[in-house]
Design a protein around this ligand. Structure first.
Ligand code: TYD
Ligand code: MG
Length: 466
């Protein structure tokens, strides 16, 4: 019997987890034993005359290394999109011929942001192209109409191509030679000569490689939109991240107003920077005074503490809220939004073991207001103080304090507080917004001390006894 999954000689099957290449498809990777990870890819073409000889004999003429001093490094002018936060993350704008991957969960605003960027560029006299494999031209137009009247005049002038066939898309880019092109999304395009469905690792890699090839040849800057998987990584397990020049990640929750755009990789600028955006009716608007807003909106109730966080190289003040309520459930609920669940478990354990705040059988909810995600150990102390305040029903800093308490610091397993990076910038940001009551590892060596400092003057003996 002839095997049905016999590979064509031009194809190999590559495991998305370990990169093992097999000649035919397997349900389980022969190397790392992961299931369903093999996807078809085009086999690398053997070099003409190479003959596979891998001895000491040189396979071709030698290259000529050049001292870096003699290398010409013309700085190509950047294509500024006109969206300040995006340009800043990109290090001044899009670089002609570069590939930028924009990741984010569905509904977060990737199409909105890219349509805005193209609209503004088109309005500034650049040629653009919007390729969509997800939406019809009519749907794209409806979005552009909202943007045209608001954040991105020019959005209706952007040429669109609704297409999922990679060959057609590449041919169109080659023919149109736009300055900037958006591919929305990389997972919806597919090469018809690969068997895997669009969105599989092999297809995604093929799409990115072919698009990169045409982009480099044309000098077109490409924004590749990519969906993230449930685990939060860009689908096509990171295969694209080393191919592209920049990786931008859009984070936040789609029901919330605020979104953060983060540079995870950047060949042309710095990483770890973030921009904060707000989704409005007429598009995404940059939020330049995020700290001021979050502080102004802070509730000043039991269970609320301001966290002086670092978002990349930028300090950001966000409100952390906690609710502790009696539960009938065993085990009780631990619900988080904006922080890591396991981190909360650690904070609760240390609170109870070393600071005398036990929430044992109560439900605990913790929320970072505004949909901001803080994934840094520096958030521990603010979370702990918010929970402590909620558990005891007292306001951090005391009932009559006029400004919220701000905190940052990592909690160690033995109840000690550990310093975190950028102490000065965090404190400075807090002071800048009038938060004079700061609880940090520098003001309190232990969590117990920090709790005493934050609630020491609060008068609520009846509840505290409970
Ligand atoms: P979208 O950009 O389509 O998300 P993605 O491409 O990442 O899946 O838009 C997400 C949401 O934003 C959508 O539910 C509608 C909303 N939205 C606004 O609130 N204002 C606007 O101006 C636009 C264009 C969209
Ligand atoms: Mg979209």
């Amino acid at each position: 019997m002839v095997s049905v999954s016999m590979a064509r000689p031009t194809s190999i099957f590559v495991c998305s987890d370990c990169g093992h290449a097999a000649a035919k498809w397997h349900g389980q990777c022969p190397a790392c034993e992961a299931w369903n990870t093999l996807a078809e890819e085009r086999a690398p073409t053997p070099r003409a005359g190479g003959g596979g000889g891998r001895g000491l004999r040189a396979a071709g003429p030698a290259g000529r290394p050049m001292p870096l001093r003699e290398v010409s490094a013309d700085r190509a002018p950047r294509l500024a999109t006109g969206i300040g936060e995006l340009d800043r993350l990109l290090g001044g704008g899009l670089v002609p011929g570069s590939l930028v991957l924009l990741g984010g969960s569905p509904g977060i605003g990737k199409s909105t942001l890219t349509t805005m960027a193209l609209g503004l560029l088109q309005g500034a006299g650049r040629s653009t192209l919007y390729v969509s494999g997800e939406e019809s031209p009519a749907q794209i137009r409806l979005r552009a109409e909202r943007l045209e009247g608001g954040a991105a005049p020019g959005a209706l002038d952007v040429p669109v191509l609704a297409e999922t066939d990679l060959d057609t898309v590449v041919a169109t880019i080659a023919a149109e030679r736009p300055d900037v092109c958006v591919i929305d999304s990389v997972q919806t395009l597919g090469a018809s000569d690969l068997t895997g469905a669009a969105g599989t690792v092999g297809q995604v890699r093929e799409v990115a490689t072919r698009i990169m090839d045409i982009a480099k040849r044309n000098g077109t800057a490409v924004l590749l939109v990519g969906h993230v998987t449930k685990e939060g990584s860009l689908a096509g397990p990171r295969v694209l991240e080393h191919l592209v020049d920049c990786v931008l990640q859009f984070e936040g929750e789609k029901e919330r107003t605020y979104r953060t755009l983060r540079a995870l990789k950047n060949r042309f600028g710095s990483t770890n920077d973030v921009g904060v955006f707000e989704m409005r009716d007429s598009g995404l608007v940059e939020v330049l005074d995020a700290s001021a807003r979050f502080v102004a909106e802070a509730t000043r109730a039991p269970g609320s503490v301001v966290l002086a966080a670092m978002e990349g190289s930028r300090p950001l003040l966000v409100e952390v809220q906690a609710l502790v309520s009696p539960s009938e459930l065993v085990p009780p609920r631990r619900v988080v939004s904006g922080i890591d669940r396991n981190r909360l478990a650690l904070v609760l354990a240390v609170l109870s073991r070393h600071a005398g705040v036990s929430v044992g059988s109560a439900d605990v909810f913790v929320n970072v207001v505004g949909g901001v995600r803080v994934d840094e150990p520096g958030a521990d102390l603010a979370v702990a103080l918010a929970v402590a305040g909620a558990a005891r029903g007292v306001v951090a800093g005391g009932e009559d304090a006029r400004v919220p308490v701000a905190a940052f610091g990592e909690i160690g397993l033995t109840g000690e507080l550990r310093s975190v990076a950028h102490h000065d910038r965090r404190s400075e940001e807090a002071r800048k917004f009038g938060l004079t009551q700061l609880v940090t590892p520098e003001t309190a060596p232990t969590l117990r001390e920090a709790v005493r400092l934050a609630f020491g003057s609060a008068r609520s003996p009846a509840r505290r006894a409970a």
